[in-house]
Design a protein around this ligand. Structure first.
Ligand SMILES: [Zn+2]
Length: 273
């Protein structure tokens, strides 16, 4: 198995071109992946393959994910500067309408969302424009479409805009400071419980490290040893290589749009391996 996992951020809207708008890139990339004869599969399948709990043919496959759980993942919204934006969900619907449901029968996007309503509200005001774009009212509906899985991107991202300190005196701004059991329980297990209550009967099973900060304590201790507390099966980092059966389940690599690639040509190279 050699599956590249691609990551997008729907709030990355600095224009309306491939290089500065993740919605534009996502739409183009779906078509590029399809044109290359690759198959899009759910990230969950890739995780199950790494864990050995499933044995699917994942030859020439790609998995898709998006981070931070803004409403731009699911709803078309009007950006104050750059105008109407097609949601990542509707970009997938457009792709299906254009190429047919059989073109990519397993088309799927895994959306990593932030649990805490207070933290989302603070980020909405500090980092966006305070229009309620970090709500959770779309999670259940998105999950029920079958095209999106809602997964765990922590309790509050330990974002620098939040009141300090965080749990157990944790300084704000780095996820590397999630380095003990008290902080981990708050950031990961509490987030899983909150999100699960909103998407039931679905359940979160995959974590994604905020800021791609793979805290050593989490990777080597909390995740492997406290499974009954957090319920996660795997965690996503940013290793910029394909996931293989030899990947570390607590630091599965991804490629980040706008960082590891900014053009279809570079993505083509990544996908060609
Ligand atoms: Zn994030």
């Amino acid at each position: 198995m050699r599956v590249p996992v691609l990551a997008y951020h729907a709030v990355n809207i600095a224009g309306n071109d491939y290089a500065n708008n993740d919605h534009v890139a996502f739409a183009a990339d779906l078509r590029l992946i399809d044109d290359l004869g690759l198959r899009i599969v759910p990230l969950q399948w890739v995780v199950e393959q790494v864990l050995g709990t499933a044995s699917r043919d994942l030859d020439r496959c790609v998995a898709l994910s998006c981070d931070d759980g803004s409403a731009f993942d699911f709803h078309d919204l009007v950006h104050p500067e750059h105008g109407p934006q097609r949601s990542l969900y509707n970009v997938m619907r457009d792709f299906i309408a254009e190429r047919g449901a059989n073109a990519q029968p397993d088309l799927h996007l895994t959306a990593f969302v932030i649990a805490s309503p207070e933290a989302r509200d603070a980020m909405d005001k500090a980092c966006l424009v305070g229009r309620g774009w970090m709500s959770d009212d779309w999670w259940r509906q998105a999950q029920q479409t079958g095209l999106i899985a809602i997964e765990n991107h922590s309790w509050d991202h330990n974002h620098p805009c939040l009141d300090a300190p965080g749990p157990d005196g944790m300084p704000r701004g780095s996820f590397l400071d999630v380095n003990n059991r008290i902080r981990a329980k708050e950031e990961i297990a509490a987030a899983a419980r909150f999100i699960d209550a909103r998407i039931a009967p679905a359940q979160t099973r995959i974590f994604c490290y905020p800021f791609s900060h793979v805290a050593d304590y989490l990777r080597t201790d909390y995740f492997p040893n406290c499974g009954s507390e957090h319920g996660m099966l795997a965690a996503m980092g940013d290793g910029a290589e394909p996931v293989t059966e030899f990947s570390d389940r607590w630091d599965l690599p991804r490629y980040i749009c706008g960082w590891h690639w900014k053009s279809p040509d570079v993505l083509r190279g990544i996908l060609a391996g």
